[in-house]
Write a protein that binds this ligand. Sequence first.
Ligand SMILES: Nc1ncnc2c1ncn2[C@@H]1O[C@H](COP(=O)(O)OP(=O)(O)OP(=O)(O)O)[C@@H](O)[C@H]1O
Ligand SMILES: O=P(O)(O)OC[C@H]1O[C@H](OP(=O)(O)OP(=O)(O)O)[C@H](O)[C@@H]1O
Length: 232
Amino acid sequence: MIKLGIPSKGRLMEDTFAWFADRGITLARTGSDREYAAEVSGIDGVALVLLSAGEVPRELAAGRIHLGVTGIDMVREKLALWQAQVAEIAHMGFGHADLIIAVPDFWVDVATVDDLDAVAAAFRRKHGFRLRIATKYHRLVREYLRERGVADYQLVDSQGATEGTVANLTAEAVADITSTGATLQANHLRMLSDGPILASQATLYASRTADWAGCDLAALMKKLGLENPDIG
Ligand SMILES: Nc1ncnc2c1ncn2[C@@H]1O[C@H](COP(=O)(O)OP(=O)(O)OP(=O)(O)O)[C@@H](O)[C@H]1O
Ligand SMILES: O=P(O)(O)OC[C@H]1O[C@H](OP(=O)(O)OP(=O)(O)O)[C@H](O)[C@@H]1O
């Protein structure tokens, strides 16, 4: 059996169901709204596992699921050497979101990462502690700022409602996902103009560590109209 892990709720789940339905595979939740059980029809040998989008990378890396749907941001944040552990099979064309850094609107002198760097040094001298950036994307933000030579900052962990941290005075800036920009605007934040740290969308991944014996991946790929991936 190929174990296919998909997000258990929300738009990501609905859009995943629709993406597979367009290709002749019906995924459906069974039981009550609260029961995380599901079934697959239109192809044999595939079992569905419903789980949080954030857990899909770990389950793929551990080989507990063969295939999984989640955002590119989730995989690159959670798996250090993601290419060794998973293969990107298909970008699915939904769940588009950009990981960005945003600062308060009234920081009129800060438009770019270079400006943020300058302000960060001044901030530390003035306040005696490093400028705080709230995020749940620790790995991606650290990597990005290191590559740009920004060092005078600290990350503050925020697993949700990240844009609220500035008004709550627990951070001076945020690094989070944005789609329409409405949440940033409502919280009086403005993204830096350098472009996103990462452009994410929902993606179908295959595990390189799972035991594929007895799994007919070729049949599934054919049904989905995709090339057979090299998962080594
Ligand atoms: N506003 C948005 N528009 C489009 N995609 C988004 C948006 N917010 C988050 N996403 C994407 O949805 C995926 C799941 O994000 P989310 O943070 O909701 O996952 P999660 O925390 O694992 O979910 P759960 O609430 O089940 O724990 C990520 O890949 C992210 O890029
Ligand atoms: O640019 P927008 O269209 O406004 O979307 C961006 C928001 O969507 C996500 O939050 P989500 O609703 O998933 O909740 P979260 O705060 O728990 O992450 C993300 O973390 C932003 O807060």
